[in-house]
Design a protein around this ligand. Sequence first.
Ligand code: HEM
Length: 121
Amino acid sequence: MNTHLHVTAWVLAVILFIVVVVLHKSGKAKGAKIVQMILRLDYLLILYSGGTLLAAYFSGPQMGEAIFKGLAGIWAIFAMEMISLKMGREEATKSWWIQLAIAIILTLILGFGRLGFGFLP
Ligand code: HEM
């Protein structure tokens, strides 16, 4: 249940983030702001579902990996937020795009590759 919520929440975040970027690129600052607010609510859903998944790993043999998975996930969220903000202020975003790419790769490797393909009930 929580894994499904988690995956749904971050897939939705990726979609909303792309919409924010496209709106900023086409100069629709107001629309971008609105979608950004929805994206922020979705971050909470990711944190909540990820947090409860993480709790299930505590004191288990994969606790360390699960903690790093969570940190990588938080880093990915932070990078998405920084890019959205900086695009709004027309500031440089390149370093945050690089960080986002690294964070997402790490998150996917640790999430799918290391912590198992299975969906926890
Ligand atoms: C954009 C951010 C995030 C992405 C893209 C992401 C992606 C993923 C993926 C692909 C999985 C594997 C799902 C499966 O097992 O089939 C996963 C699981 C997990 N995530 Fe995230 N996640 C993100 C944020 C977070 C955050 C913020 C936390 C912790 C606070 C977190 C904690 C976990 C934990 C503990 C699991 C292990 C569940 C399991 O497979 O047993 N994630 N995540």
